[in-house]
Design a protein around this ligand. Sequence first.
Ligand SMILES: [Zn+2]
Length: 114
Amino acid sequence: MHELSIAYDVIEQVEAAAIRHGFKKVNQIHLLVGEWSGVDVEALQFCFPEATRKTCLKDAHLLITCKGLTIQCLDCFELTPISREQALACAKCGSVNTKIIEGKELRIVDLDVD
Ligand SMILES: [Zn+2]
């Protein structure tokens, strides 16, 4: 399952941080998940308690913030927020010469630790 490997990735990062910063237990973890990252947030929430059972993230509260997609036009540099059904075109000049600058990320934004 894809979300389980994502959970293990996150755990690995947190455990590395735990060693670096010397904390033993995480009370809450806050993840930022881009709408276009391909992560199924519900599936991630579901597998998280099992995946973290033997780690410093045991019983940690998983908080997930979803981030929408934003593209930048490479012709006029306008930023355009995009909904799922919309084409990836610039709102200002209509160009499809764009790049995705937000919405595909998955990262840890905050950890509440003991
Ligand atoms: Zn444009």
